[in-house]
Design a protein around this ligand. Structure first.
Ligand code: SF4
Ligand code: SF4
Ligand code: SF4
Length: 327
């Protein structure tokens, strides 16, 4: 049986998704019978020329978001050569935490990081994408893209594996798909999202009152938390209603609200918009008719850092996905 060729390409990534893939454990041994890894720079010294040299790839797995021109080049190369491209992990699917960088322009980020910080020693004011000499060798660090982007803003994606990083069950499911493709050439269903469409609220064990009324908002350190009651019913922001159930309620079970690291189910177009409308409908729902617009706005303004709260992992895939100029 001919092995399938798999390339694993990192973009802007923390390495957690690589570790998660390695977490296949003993299945990795079985995988070596079915899969030929032709590119995985995190585990061996592959260069872009190695990817260029591969004639064709069966499955290309992209980890991380797009934040460098180098990532754009690799993603396009992967699309050109691979029958199936997989966006693996929250950063690849939604842009991830790096998306919060879109609250500043590229020029503002470069100035802050390479010129303005007190510890910076850069007398020639060199920026990435300009040639520098290190130990006698000329090096040109790759240029930042104008904005951080999820993979599907650059190329078409066939399969999504959610999570930050994806958990073992999702990776096992993904591996079964790869194994069936390798052993039976069973086509991979395009558009599939692992783990699926349920939200965290659907599996959450906490008591959910039939009608939730939020009178004011508080953060987790601002008072005692009832371990059995829904966070929202306690006025604590929990992104469970708009987060896919993939982690088994990992944070909820240790008395912390969900921050949304798995991203939304595929049918939610704009996570922040959906959540704000959910919250707005819960704010003093029993007295809504008596509340003035100003009072409603005041209550909603109690939410600290709304972008970082609602869009911590998904800002670059939202309807508003970057800093906007005032008009
Ligand atoms: S999805 Fe999470 S674990 Fe994976 S690269 Fe991004 S930050 Fe790291
Ligand atoms: S909002 Fe959070 S605490 Fe409440 S049911 Fe949903 S996941 Fe559970
Ligand atoms: S509860 Fe939310 S923040 Fe915590 S691991 Fe699950 S999806 Fe991520």
């Amino acid at each position: 049986m001919e092995k399938i060729k798999v390339a694993i390409v990192p973009g802007a990534a923390c390495g957690g998704c690589d570790v998660a893939l390695a977490n296949l454990g003993e299945k990795l041994l079985e995988a070596t019978e079915l899969i030929d890894i032709v590119f995985w720079p995190t585990v061996a010294d592959f260069k872009i020329e190695d990817l260029e040299a591969v004639q064709s790839i069966d499955v290309g797995i992209f980890l991380g978001s797009i934040r460098l021109e180098d990532h754009v080049k690799k993603a396009k190369l992967l699309r050109e050569k691979a029958k199936y491209v997989v966006a693996f992990g929250t950063c690849a699917i939604y842009g991830g935490l790096f998306g919060l960088g879109n609250l500043a322009t590229r020029e503002e980020i470069l100035k802050k990081v390479y010129l303005d910080t007190p510890s910076t020693d850069n007398p020639e004011e060199k920026l990435p994408a300009q040639k520098v000499k290190i130990d006698g060798v000329d090096i040109t660090p790759p240029a930042l893209t104008e904005w951080n982007m999820p993979l599907n803003k650059v190329i078409n994606v066939d399969l999504y594996v959610q999570g930050c990083p994806p958990i073992k069950d999702s990776i096992n499911h993904f591996y079964e798909i790869l194994a069936s493709y390798a052993s039976e050439r069973k086509p991979i269903e395009k558009g599939l999202t692992i783990p699926g469409v349920k939200t965290l609220c659907d599996i959450c064990p906490r008591e959910k009152p039939e009608k939730i009324v939020i009178k004011s908002f508080k953060r987790v350190h601002e008072g005692k938390i009832d371990e059995n009651l829904c966070f929202l019913a306690q006025g604590i922001i929990c992104l469970g209603p708009i987060t896919v159930a993939g982690c088994g309620a990992a944070c909820i079970s240790v008395n912390m609200p969900c921050r949304g690291c798995f991203g939304p189910p595929p049918d939610i177009l704009d996570r922040a918009g959906k959540f704000i409308s959910t919250i707005a409908s819960l704010v003093k729902i029993d007295k809504e008719k008596e509340l003035s617009d100003e009072e409603l706005i005041r209550i909603v303004q109690e939410i600290a850092d709304p972008v970082g709260t609602f869009h911590r992992f998904t800002f670059s895939s939202g309807i508003i996905d970057k800093k906007q100029e005032d008009v």
